[in-house]
Structures are given as C-alpha cells and as structure tokens.
Write a protein that binds this ligand. Structure first.
Ligand code: PMP
Length: 352
C-alpha cells in the first residue's frame, strides 16, 4: 500500500497550444475578431471595487440576459465556466447510473476524459466511413447520449430529425446536444426542450461571441433538469461565474447585431477558404462550423503539413488518432490570415 494507490489518476484532455509568441493561430477555433464593443464598454464601466465581494452565485443578470436573447425562461438556463465546465457538470449530474453512456468514436475529445475522471461507464459508436452519424447506433439501453452537432473535429451537421430520432429512442436517458458551433450553420435543437424533458442543449460564447478568454458556457433544459444541475453545482462551487464574466456575457447577449455580423464574416471567409483549399487538392466534408477538417492531397501527409506550417508560424490542429490522422483541422481566421495560409500551403505543396 502506498499513497499512489489512493490517487485518482487520469489521462488529461490536451488543449490546443496557446503560443505566447505572435503566430497565425488557426488551432483552437477561436474567433478572429474582438468581442462586441459593448462588451468592452461594459467592462470599462464596471464597478471594480466590487471585486472584494463574492459574485452572485446565481449569476442572475447573465442567466436572464441569455434567457431573454433566446426567448426561454431563466429557470431553463444554466451557466458555467466555459461549456467545458457546463459539460463536466452535466456528466456528473446526469450520468450517475451503471449503464454505459454513448457518444461517437470521433467527436470532442473531452467526453471520454470526463467519463474517465467521474468513472462513468461509456461506449463509443463508430461514425460511418464519411464521418456521418447513424442515429440507430444510439438506440437501445444506455446511461445517456452525448452528440456534438455540428460535430467536432469533422464540422458535419446532422439535421434536426436526426436529433429527434435519438430523443425519441432515449426517453429514459438524458441526451446532451453540444452546439458549440451551431451559430456557424445548422438549426438549433433548442426549441425541442419544450417537447423533450430528456434534452439538454449546450452552448458557448467562446467561438461565435469571441469570448473564449472570459470562459462563459451555458445550457438549456427543462426546469427540473436545470434544478438537478444547480444542486450539483452548489455542492462543488457556488461562485463559478465571476463578476467580469457576468458583465461581459450579459453585454454580449444584448448585442445581436455585432454577433450576427461577426458570424457572417467567418462564414464568408470559410466559403472562400474552402474554394482555395479545393483548388489545392484538399478534400473535406462540408463544414457548418468555424473550421474546416481537410485532408491534404496525395502524397502529402497531414502530420508533415502540420509541422511545416508550424515552422512557418501558422498553427493548425492535427490529431494523431487512427481514423483522423490524415486530416488537419483549420480554424477560420481573418481574410488576411487565410491568405497567408493558402500562400504558405501553395509553397509547401510544390516542394515534394
Ligand atoms: N464543445 C466542443 C464541441 C468544443 O469544440 C469545445 C471547444 N474546445 C467546447 C465544447 C468547449 O468550449 P468552451 O469551454 O470554450 O466553451
């Protein structure tokens, strides 16, 4: 017996690099534009003396702004320190049974980490060859289902009938739909929370609202589910949402115009970048997100291209995993950044 026997050992999630030097950063799906000027103004006008006080444990101002923006009740909203925190609380709250939870083999790589750390039994279901998700893989007894829609890192969006199909076949377990990227394409499952008392829809301000650094995520579900979630949150840390985050998140929710403008710019750049990547021989599924999951043309290897881009000061993401090792996940940056990427790729692809 040693202290080692009592230590919870986990293989942690590996986040994309955050280099401190100036590089073209297309590796963590951040927004290339700043947050709404109204967010900056609200922070400038904040009463910083209030930092001596604990923040509102209910983060009411933020939850109400979210509820107002989405046309739901604030009792149907839960906020957390990024959607990573929200998802972690969801796993802890709703996956307390003995049956395995289900999620795809290729999806957000934090899901299996939370399952491991909370000792939740889980099984993965293989995506089809073209990375599409088969709803039938999620029929049958289980302890819960987690679906990112659009999926990451593939960028593929499955229609709402796919979600209702999974919901209809899982009346006895909670279905989490992670919509981190939904603002960039596809239709949200949010209205379905009225019909389905087993649905949770997760969102983030990190991608489409340019607030990754502030750490604000949220989810929607019926009042009963949100109450269970809050009970667990208050059993761990009441003060998850700090004062600046409450102010910034609220201001962001109140500026729909800027939000839509930013999202549309990213979508426009995505479509132009897609065309140029295709001309260079890259292949990729249609993206409904702020990234493109692209395979370099033969004989070039994704890992090689990833490393050469890095040497050139352009960071993209490469996952060294069996089914996806031939792909690069490229976040959509500004038009200038994408032009630099394309020009650098042109140089690299000539050389072999
Ligand atoms: N879900 C998915 C599918 C993601 O790709 C990410 C980003 N890494 C997150 C959730 C977490 O984002 P955040 O914690 O910044 O809200």
């Amino acid at each position: 017996m040693s202290i080692e026997d009592n230590i919870r050992k986990v293989v942690p999630y590996v986040p994309g690099e955050q280099p401190q030097k100036k590089v073209i950063k297309l590796n963590t799906n951040e927004c290339p534009y700043p947050p709404s000027p109204k967010v900056i103004k609200a922070l400038e006008e904040a009463d910083w003396g209030r930092l001596r006080l604990y923040p509102d444990p209910k983060s009411e101002a933020l939850n109400e702004a979210i509820a107002w923006h989405y046309g739901v009740e604030s009792s149907q909203v839960f906020t957390g320190v990024g959607s990573d925190d929200v998802l972690s609380m969801l796993f802890l709250t709703f996956f307390a049974g003995d049956k395995p939870i289900l999620f795809p083999d290729i999806t957000y790589s934090f899901y299996d980490v939370w399952a491991e750390v909370y000792r939740i039994p889980y099984q993965t279901r293989a995506l089809k060859e073209d990375f599409a998700t088969d709803p039938a893989d999620y029929y049958g007894e289980n302890g819960g289902v987690v679906i990112a829609n659009p999926n990451a890192p593939t960028g593929i969006y499955e229609g709402l009938s796919f979600i209702t199909d999974i919901l209809d076949h899982n009346k006895d377990s909670v279905v989490i739909v992670d919509e981190a990227y939904i603002d960039f394409g596809g239709e949200t499952a949010l209205p379905l929370i009225k019909q389905y008392d087993n649905l949770i829809v997760v969102r983030t301000t990190s991608k489409s609202r340019a607030l990754a650094g502030m750490r604000i995520g949220y989810c929607f579900g019926n009042e009963r589910l949100i109450k269970y979630l809050n009970d667990v949150k208050y059993s761990i840390n009441s003060y998850t949402m700090n004062y600046p985050a409450i102010i910034a998140g609220k201001a962001s929710m109140e500026d729909t115009e800027y939000f839509l403008e930013t999202v549309n710019r990213v979508k426009q750049t995505r479509s132009e970048t897609g065309e140029k990547l295709r001309e260079l021989g890259f292949t990729f599924p249609d993206s409904q997100t702020n990234f493109i999951f692209a395979k370099p043309p033969e004989p070039f290897e994704a890992k090689d291209v990833f490393e050469r881009l890095k040497e050139a000061g352009i960071y993209v993401r490469h996952f060294n995993k069996p089914r996806i090792k031939d792909y690069l996940r490229i976040s959509i940056g500004t038009d200038d950044e994408m032009m630099m990427l394309i020009n650098t790729l042109k140089g690299l692809l000539k050389r072999k």
